[in-house]
Design a protein around this ligand. Structure first.
Ligand code: NAP
Length: 284
């Protein structure tokens, strides 16, 4: 079984993004990262995103608010960031604390700055197969990995384990757009191992440590692991038990798989937004 590592995909994508940035004259795209509270996962994602943006040549403006901020105060701050012309993309670290109305923020975010695809307008574009919007970065990272590996997608039987709005559902639509025949599974799916075994392309995004073992894998399957979990020893692991799936032809590891690619997709989206918003600085 071959391993498809995120680092290889990132190196290739970052090179292309840096070339694209050279086409801007006297303009640096800006990403706003909004964090409420001090959750370790949010802080870690923020650090990684900032590092990746700086490597590529995008500037980050960080906005930090206390965990206890009121809904009215947060909405006011968010609207100021949303309408700030200097900002090309907004990454809002979620979920937000319970007192904040996340749906209102999703509805209000400028779809042209919504680089992580949380706006219902961008979701509607994915549903209609229109490519001018932004898909959630993780879902698009899976497509980037498959394209890097030159996997022909048209006609492939793809099975996705997970139906969340951030990963499973948008990914199903992106794969459908690539002419895959898509099955979406969830906790009520009957005989999940058998459904998965029929997949030529299996994508695990259930958030269950190592739940996918050899009994879920058909011969020569391509297995993409989106899960980020901790195993019984507190070690980072995916949804797939990589040691057991020797019948697969290709698989992504965790760590150094999909997660690594996600932040470069974020950078790709910020550049696309800046290109659209500031045509005057972009030399084609
Ligand atoms: P989520 O909102 O909890 O959704 C999980 C989905 O998996 C649900 O649809 C759930 O089904 C399904 N599921 C859970 N257990 C299952 C089981 N035993 N059998 C079948 N289906 C099952 O999680 P998420 O936000 O989509 O994230 C999924 C995983 O991806 C997590 O590990 C998360 O950390 C990771 N993630 C990674 C990245 C990255 O950049 N690599 C980004 C985002 C998330 P129901 O709908 O029936 O409950």
């Amino acid at each position: 079984m071959e391993l498809l590592k995120g680092a290889d995909v990132v190196a290739d994508l970052n090179k292309r993004l840096k070339e694209e940035l050279k086409l801007f004259s006297n303009y640096t795209p800006h990403l706003a990262i909004i964090r409420v509270g001090e959750k370790p996962d949010d802080c870690s994602y923020e650090r990684n995103a900032q590092k990746r943006m700086e490597t590529i040549g995008i500037s980050c403006i960080k906005y930090h608010f206390p965990e206890t901020i009121t809904d009215a105060a947060f909405q006011k701050e968010f609207f100021a960031i949303n309408s700030n012309d200097a900002i090309d993309g907004i990454l809002l670290l979620r979920p937000l604390p319970k007192q904040l109305n996340e749906k209102a923020i999703e509805a209000a975010i400028d779809p042209n700055k919504d680089v992580d695809g949380i706006s219902p307008i961008n979701m509607a574009k994915i549903v209609s197969g229109e490519e001018s919007g932004f898909a959630p970065c993780t879902a698009e990272a899976v497509i980037e990995l498959l394209e890097y590996a030159q996997i022909p997608l048209a006609g492939k039987r793809a099975v996705i384990v997970g139906r969340s709005l951030v990963v499973g559902k948008p990914l199903a639509l992106l794969l459908l757009k690539k002419d895959c025949t898509v099955t979406i599974c969830h906790t009520k799916t009957v005989n999940l191992p058998n459904v998965c075994k029929n997949a030529e392309l299996l994508i695990a995004c259930a958030g269950r440590a190592k739940m996918i073992d050899s009994s879920y894998i058909g011969a020569n399957a391509i297995v993409i692991d989106v899960g980020i979990n901790l195993d019984d020893n507190g070690k980072l692991c995916g949804d797939v038990d990589l040691e057991t799936i020797s019948s697969a032809s290709l698989a992504t590891p965790v760590p150094n798989g999909v997660g690594t690619v996600t932040t470069s997709i974020l950078a790709k989206h910020v550049i696309r937004s800046a290109k659209k918003r500031h045509k005057e600085f972009f030399n084609m």
